[in-house]
Write a protein that binds this ligand. Structure first.
Ligand SMILES: [Fe+2]
Ligand SMILES: [Fe+2]
Length: 133
């Protein structure tokens, strides 16, 4: 699974792009540390940052959408909630007694796939709407 941030993921709205990149880097670092067999404490800290950045971003984005009465807000909220569900699943094994490489790879794949799809399909659709306002 390719982890590099690609410029094609940029939406052109600096605030959103900065937050997306921050979350992306956080996912990348988290799984890199998993591969390196980092201590649970370090993984917990990284998970905490990932969780915080993600929640901050979703609420920032949803507020923007609410403010400009974006008709796709419901769908965005549903999708955001799904991602938070995946993060919760990740959390359950961060504090546990380790995880298998198989589980880590699956989680990594899910998060990155979701992220790429979500930005390319939904967030970019919103940005098109926003730019037409
Ligand atoms: Fe979004
Ligand atoms: Fe977003």
């Amino acid at each position: 699974m390719n982890f590099e941030w690609k410029t094609e993921l940029e939406t052109g709205i600096t605030g959103l792009d900065r937050q997306h990149k921050q979350i992306f880097n956080c996912i990348s670092k988290f799984f890199q540390k998993c591969d390196e067999g980092a201590e649970a404490e370090e993984l917990e800290q990284l998970f905490c940052s990932l969780d915080t950045y993600t929640r901050e971003h979703f609420s920032y984005e949803e507020n923007m959408q609410r403010y400009c009465k974006y008709p796709g807000l419901d769908e965005q909220q549903k999708q955001h909630a799904l991602f938070l569900g995946d993060l919760n699943e990740l959390k359950s094994f961060v504090g546990g007694n380790g995880t298998s490489r198989e589980v880590t790879l699956r989680m990594k794949g899910n998060l990155i796939r979701w992220f790429n799809r979500h930005i390319n399909l939904l967030d970019k659709e919103f940005v098109n709407f926003f730019n037409r306002q």
